[in-house]
Design a protein around this ligand. Sequence first.
Ligand code: RNT
Ligand code: ZN
Length: 417
Amino acid sequence: MKKEEAIKQTFEIAKEQYAALGVDVEDALAKLQKVQLSLHCWQTDDVAGFESAGDLSGGIQATGNYPGKARNMEEVRADLLKAMSLIPGKHRVNLHEIYGDFGGKFVDRDQVEPKHFESWMQWANENGLKLDFNSTSFSHPKSGNLSLSNPDKGIRDFWIEHTKRCRTIADAMGKAQNDPCIMNLWVHDGCKDLSVNHFMYRELLKNSLDEIFAEKKANMKDCIEGKVFGIGLESFTVGSHDFYTAYAAQNGKIPTIDTGHYHPTESPADKVSALLNFVPELMLHVSRPIRWDSDHVTIMDDPTMELFSEIVRAGALNRVHYGLDYFDGALNRIGAYVIGSRAALKCMLRALLEPTKTISQMELEGKGFQTLALLEECKALPWNAVWDMFCLKNNVPVGIDFIAEVEKYEKDVTSKR
Ligand code: RNT
Ligand code: ZN
C-alpha cells in the first residue's frame, strides 16, 4: 500500500473512533488550519541580531555552539522559509528590533524607524506572511540592570523613545499587512541583590509604560511580558507577573504568558482562564524551562498540552496569539524550530480533539470517576492519524520525514556557513 493511501485509511478509522465520542474531526482540522504560530526569528541565530557583535545581555542566555547559525538577514530569511516549509499551516514571523535592515550602518535604538523594516515588510508580502514585533532592551551599552525603570532620566528616556519608535514600526507593519502587528514588550529590569527601592522602580516602570502607550495606534496591539528573574538579576524583577497583570487589566493591554517565566511548580496554563476574565487577549511565548527559564525547544509535554487545552476549553482560540520563544544553540537550529512548532501544533490538535462537551457534562453531573477515566483515555486516542492527515493536506513531510529534510538543508546550506 502506498504511504499516502495508508495515511488516508488510518485517518478514516480514527475519524470514526472520534465520532463515537462526539468529536468532529473535520471541524478540529478546520480550526487547526486557522491557528497561526508567530515564529520567533531569534531561533535562527541564538538572539544575536544584526546590530552589533556584542554578547547577549539582559539576564537571558543561549547556550551551545552548534555550527551553522544564521549570520545575516539573508540567512535568517532563508532559514525561516526552510523551517516553514516543514511546518503545516500558515504562520507569522516575529521580529525583534535588532533584526532591522540597517544597511551595514549603526542605527541606535532611539533612532530606529519603519524604513529599517521596509525590506522585511516587502519580504513578508512576497511570501504571504504577517509580521509581529518586539522592542529590544537587552544587548546594548545602555541596557544595564534597569531600562524603563532606571532612576536616571536620560537612560529611561532613551528606552522610552526606543519603545515608542518600536510601536510606530509595529503600526506600519500592521498597516502594510492589513492585519494588526502584535508587539511584545519585555524588559529585563531587576536587581542582583537586596534592594529597598522596589516601589520606586515599579512606579517608574508604570510611568514609562503610560508614556509609551499614550498614543493610540490602530494597526498594532501591545503585549507586556513579566517574569520571575534573570541571570545576574536574581533578587528582584521590576516587571513581575503581578505588576503586568494589574497593568494589563487596568489598561486593556495583552499579558504575555511565557511558559518559562513562573516558579517551577506554578502552572502557566492555569493563568488562561483567570486572566481572560479581565484582559481582552493573551500572547503566548511557548518555551520549555528546564529548572529555570532555560528556553529549551518546545516539545509535546504535559505543561504545553495543558496550556493549549485550557485555551480550547475556554473557547478562547481567537483571543490568543501563539508566539514561540525558545533558543537552543546546542542542536540544529532549523530542526529545533520545526520540532517546537510542530509540537505546539500537535498540542493544539490534541486539545481540539478532546470530547470536551461530554466530559464537561459528566463533571457537572458529579461523575468523578467517568470524568477522570475519559480524560485518561483521551491521551491514547489516535490523534496522530489526524496529525498525519493534517501534514499531508498541507504538503509538508509526514511523521519522521522532516528529519531527512533538515539533514539535507544542513548538508547543502548551514554546514557551509
Ligand atoms: C526573556 C523573555 C523574552 C525574550 C525574547 C528574546 O526572558 O522571554 O521574551 O526571550 O524577547
Ligand atoms: Zn518570552
